[in-house]
Unconditional design. Structure first.
Lengths: 277, 368
């Protein structure tokens, strides 16, 4: 008897469970393959011994050593890191403030417009932003005579803000306002409510926002291409330049390291977020 | 036995809360309410959703500011004081425990904000944890607790700073039936032990009657009646109060004579008898509604002793007793409730012609 009843429940489960719909696993595997096969091929040939990125001969780490010793790559990587770090920090701070003011205030006139204005850069074609930024910065340079990497960092910060804003705002909207009211009820003045309750609880959102901003800045091409001055070649720009002269596994090696850094970053943030809970 | 007049814990004076521009275009959540809550009272605000009970609580806590009027707490005017400067604490409907802190950290939060010394904090935390019987779970994270345990932590957290008044915003509504019963007893005990004034908001009439010293019944931003549970249940002044709290029969009648708070009424269904009369209500000969609780009616065999008679139209059984719906010649129906005493009940069957007696002092005239 017991046996029959378990079979029935399982059958019922199967009918509802998406995993048991016909073709589900085939489609899933196809999607995963489309997503990851190119990256797998790229990583695979980074360990190739010869110059070809299509014909395998033998395993070697030569291209990693070459890439590591390549001054062009070193310089580009440092520029990328510098720009991405500063852009991440500044844009995350600004996005956090924007998220607070769009979720932790009484509804005010223009609130929806404010949210739209913050998110709008995501909708504008990047090439338009790039050209606009280029012209705008050219005017400023002409007037002030100041040049340098600051322009590139400012441009990155600006387009990172909506990316950082999204997860932070989502987190704040999920957080019940009654927690902050409870803190105020328990004699915490506004600043202490923020420091002891709001900030720790919104931290996973801030981390996710910062991570997103960092990655978006790290792999930006179009705006960087327009705004970057001489000596401000970022890693994506360097790779783009090299590819014009033909692809070597050196590019594969750099790209593989790039993927590795992203994976490590995501894992770290994921574990950190879990521990916090 | 004290000769001294009791101190008012909270004195709410002609207080209104209007959302929107003005009375005409806005929403009147609280309409010119005056109310005095005594020290060491278990006071309940009872009413359906939207009646203004939670708004009143939030005005006392300081989450909202009144549009008109003032609130005085133990002689101190609260006007303009933010929540963190008011010596009141709230138990929130969904507890609002800090998820990133342990049970003990949650409870010590208020004390830390008041800059109490560490030794005092740890002893108070221990004390209130004992009070709500949660000592063994001090180091748990709050999301590892059951609903009933979270409830206890929320109570402990609000009691720890020893507030002058504790505000409870429907704290039992998320618990299942048995746990709710348990917590009702628990809350009453805590109020007795701590001597803190409790203001309890609920829409559950049974909860209100079980725990409270006094109850205020609210509707549409107004307080309709304030009294102890027995006054509210046995002597409802308004039709809404009578209807909202428990089952009740409302019969038509007219006033034959009156004497202070009592009147003699002639029921349309036949009987003449004494009924309680709310203040300033009812003139001679006036048509009135008369309320009688179903359990104040009983079957009698002797027609001479009966006040009403009719035919049994419906019987419903609810375990501990029976409800009989009886249709009277006047066209009105009354509900009669009796305890389940085995065979005795079998004497009355569907369609039987029955005689009914009304207990003394059980009729009450209602105003609308």
């Amino acid at each position: 008897m017991a046996n029959t009843s378990t079979t029935t429940t399982r059958k019922l489960g199967k009918a509802i469970d998406l995993k048991y719909q016909p073709g589900f696993s085939q489609i899933a595997w196809f999607c995963i393959a489309v997503l990851y096969a190119p990256i797998a091929v790229l990583v695979f040939f980074s360990f190739n011994e010869n110059r070809s990125v299509t014909v395998w001969t033998q395993f070697s780490l030569d291209w990693y050593v070459k890439a590591w010793n390549n001054e062009g790559i070193q310089h580009a990587a440092l520029i990328s890191l510098e720009v991405a770090l500063v852009a991440m920090i500044v844009s995350t701070i600004m996005a956090t403030m924007a998220a607070l003011v769009t979720t932790r205030t009484e509804a005010y006139r223009g609130l929806n417009s404010a949210i739209a204005v913050i998110n709008q850069p995501l909708m504008v074609p990047e090439i338009v932003t790039a050209v606009a930024t280029l012209i705008f910065f050219a005017i400023i340079k002409q007037v002030t005579g100041v040049s340098g990497i600051g322009y590139l960092i400012a441009a990155h910060t600006a387009f990172c803000i909506p990316f950082a804003y999204m997860p932070i705002r989502a987190r704040l909207e999920d957080m019940n306002l009654s927690l902050e009211q409870a803190a105020a009820d328990l004699y915490a003045p506004p600043f202490k409510v923020f420091r002891r309750v709001t900030l720790p609880l919104m931290m996973p959102g801030i981390l996710a926002g910062a991570m997103l901003a960092f990655i978006v800045s790290l792999d930006d091409v179009i705006i960087t291409l327009f705004v970057a001055g001489p000596g401000e070649t970022t890693l994506p720009l360097y790779i783009l330049g090299q590819i014009r002269r033909g692809v070597t596994p050196e590019i594969n090696a750099v790209s593989t390291v790039f993927v590795g850094i992203s994976v490590i970053l995501v894992t770290f943030i994921f574990l950190f977020g879990k521990n916090k809970k | 036995m004290s000769q001294q007049p009791a101190t008012a814990a909270i004195d709410i004076r002609e207080t209104s809360k209007i959302y929107g521009k003005d009375r005409a275009s806005g929403v009147v959540a609280l309409d010119d309410v005056s109310l005095v809550i005594e020290d060491n009272e278990f006071f309940t605000l009872l009413g359906p959703s939207g009646c203004g009970k939670t708004t009143l609580l939030r005005l006392i806590a300081g989450f909202e500011q009144p549009t008109h009027g003032e609130i005085v707490l133990f002689g101190e005017h609260l006007e303009g004081l933010p929540p963190y400067k008011r010596p009141v604490n709230t138990v929130f409907q969904h507890y609002a425990l800090f998820p990133h802190m342990t049970v003990a950290e949650n409870i010590s939060f208020g004390l830390e904000m008041l800059d109490k010394p560490a030794t005092e904090i740890s002893s108070v935390v221990k004390e209130v944890l004992g009070l709500v019987q949660m000592d063994h779970l001090a180091d748990r994270k709050t999301d590892q607790l059951s609903g009933g345990q979270q409830q206890r932590v929320a109570l402990a957290r609000a009691l720890a700073p020893k507030p002058k008044v504790l505000l409870l915003d429907e704290p039992l509504s998320a618990l299942d039936f048995k746990l709710r019963k348990e917590m009702q007893v628990e809350l009453k005990r805590l109020q007795n032990e701590t001597g803190i004034t409790f203001i309890f908001v609920t829409h559950d009439q049974e909860e209100a009657l079980t725990m409270s010293d006094r109850v205020a019944v609210m509707r549409d931003g107004l307080i309709l009646q304030v009294g102890n549970p027995s006054e509210i249940y046995d002597r409802p002044a308004r039709r809404f109060v009578a209807d909202f709290i428990g089952d009740i029969n409302i019969l038509k009648g007219s006033i034959v004579s009156r004497d202070g708070s009592l009147a003699t009424v002639q029921l349309e269904a036949g009987h003449q008898g004494e009924a309680g009369l709310p203040m300033n209500a009812g003139s001679l000969g006036q048509e009135v509604s008369v309320a009688i609780r179903p359990e104040q009616l009983s079957f009698v065999a002797d027609a001479a002793k009966a006040n009403l008679s009719g035919t049994i139209e419906h019987i419903s059984y609810f375990g501990s007793g029976f409800d009989y719906a009886i249709l009277m010649p006047s066209g009105e129906k009354v509900m009669l409730q009796i305890q389940n005493r085995g065979g005795e009940n079998l004497a009355y069957q569907l369609g039987d012609q029955v005689h009914i007696a009304i207990s003394d002092n059980s009729m009450q005239i209602l105003t609308d």
